[in-house]
Structures are given as structure tokens and as C-alpha cells.
Design a protein around this ligand. Structure first.
Ligand code: ATP
Ligand code: MG
Length: 201
């Protein structure tokens, strides 16, 4: 059976946290590849200002270019209206019939899992991989998941990712304040941000 990873996110911008998490999942779960899917218009971030989807798509493409097991998909940026994980996973299952799909996400994202659209169905058509920082209280997360989704939590796998305090929010703030972003994200992405004058204000 084919095993595929999906790494969804806003990727505004993509950074080494995303890449290290995806590579760890690819190795641990023996995934054939990981498809990065930049969100079109994320339903959980409707009011904040988000960089134009195609620019985020291009940055993600630059970031994954050096890894033969990574690719980027435009299925969400092509879609108008909000993008929900359920629609994305369904679209990928249609493209790869019979494949086992692993949706990679930060463990922080799971605390409001019960509010995700179609979560019960979602957890029957894919498994979640929750990337946690070392020292993260996994037992607390399990307890919470138990009370939120019960037995379905068996379809969630926890994975440790090293030292990743990197976030897109912090990178955007650094650019605004003229502080360095070097070594937080791949160089081609850094160059792209400069050339296109992203996050200046
Ligand atoms: P923002 O700060 O704008 O929320 P972000 O850095 O959290 O951005 P997203 O695009 O929101 O990036 O995240 C995409 C996915 O990657 C989410 O599942 C998120 O939990 C995960 N992720 C984000 N940062 C890290 C990190 N440093 N290590 C591992 N996973 C991460
Ligand atoms: Mg985030």
C-alpha cells in the first residue's frame, strides 16, 4: 500500500520547522513522499493579513526543491473560498486511490481538534501525525484527545521534532524589525522574501 504524507499549512513563510517535521515523519513512517499543500484562505485565520496564495506557493516550492521526497501542490491555492483539511485530504485520496494518507501537523494544532470540519470522518480516511517539541507533555495531549474525540485518537501518532521554536509569526516580525532570518529558513526563500519585499509592514 502506498504511504503518503500531507503537510498542510499557511507557509507564510515556510521555514525549517515545517521541513524538519516533514522529513522526520517521512523517515519514521516510511512515507513514499510528502506533499506540501499551502492553504488558500485558511478558515482559522480569516482576519489576519496573509500573503497572496501564489507567492506562498512559490516560496514553498523553493523550500522543497532540494528534497527528492518532497513536492508542493497547488490544489488549495487554486480553490476559492476557505480551505478545510477534510476537502484537501479527500482530493488527495482521489488522486491516489487506496493510499494510506498521513496528515502531518504540529501538536499545538490538535488542542481544538473537535472544531475541525468533519473531524470524525477525516480520522477515518487518514491518520494524523502530531509533531511535538521534545519535552512536550504528550500525556496531557492524549488525555485531552481522549475527552474530545474518544477512540478516534488511535488514528493520531505523536512524533518528537527537535528544537523547533521557529514560527512564521516570528519570522515576519523579524523582517518587519530588520532582524536576521538567516538559518531559520532555506536561503532561496530568504532571497525571495527580500526580492519581493514581503513582511516589510
Ligand atoms: P504562524 O506563526 O503564522 O501560525 P507557523 O509557523 O505555525 O505559522 P503554519 O503554516 O501555521 O506555520 O504551520 C503549518 C504546520 O506546521 C502546522 O501543522 C504547524 O503546527 C506546523 N509547525 C509550525 N511550526 C512548526 C515547528 N517549528 N516545528 C514543527 N511543526 C511546526
Ligand atoms: Mg501556526
Amino acid at each position: 500500500m502506498r504511504r503518503l504524507g500531507i503537510m498542510g499549512g499557511t507557509f507564510d513563510p515556510v521555514h525549517y520547522g515545517h521541513l524538519v517535521g516533514a522529513e522526520g515523519a517521512r523517515h519514521d513512517l516510511k512515507l513514499e513522499k510528502v506533499i506540501f499543500i499551502p492553504a488558500g484562505r485558511p478558515p482559522n485565520k480569516p482576519h489576519s493579513r496573509i500573503t497572496e496564495p501564489w507567492l506562498r506557493y512559490r516560496m514553498t516550492g523553493l523550500a522543497v526543491a532540494s528534497n527528492p521526497f518532497f513536492e508542493v501542490s497547488s490544489i488549495e491555492v487554486e480553490r476559492t473560498g476557505p480551505s478545510y483539511t477534510i476537502n484537501t485530504v479527500q482530493a488527495i485520496s482521489r488522486l491516489y486511490p487506496g493510499a494510506q494518507i498521513y496528515f502531518i501537523t504540529g501538536s499545538d494544532a490538535l488542542v481544538d481538534i473537535h472544531t475541525w470540519k468533519g473531524i470524525e470522518y477525516l480520522l477515518t480516511i487518514c491518520r494524523f501525525v502530531a509533531a511535538a517539541r521534545p519535552g512536550y507533555r504528550v500525556d496531557e495531549l492524549w488525555e485531552r484527545l481522549d475527552s474530545l474525540i474518544g477512540d478516534l485518537r488511535r488514528n493520531i501518532i505523536c512524533m518528537e521534532v527537535p528544537a523547533l521554536a521557529i514560527s512564521s509569526t516570528d519570522i515576519r516580525q523579524r523582517v518587519r524589525e530588520g532582524r536576521p532570518i538567516k538559518y531559520l529558513l532555506p536561503e532561496p526563500v530568504e532571497d525571495f522574501i527580500k526580492k519581493n519585499q514581503l513582511y516589510r509592514q
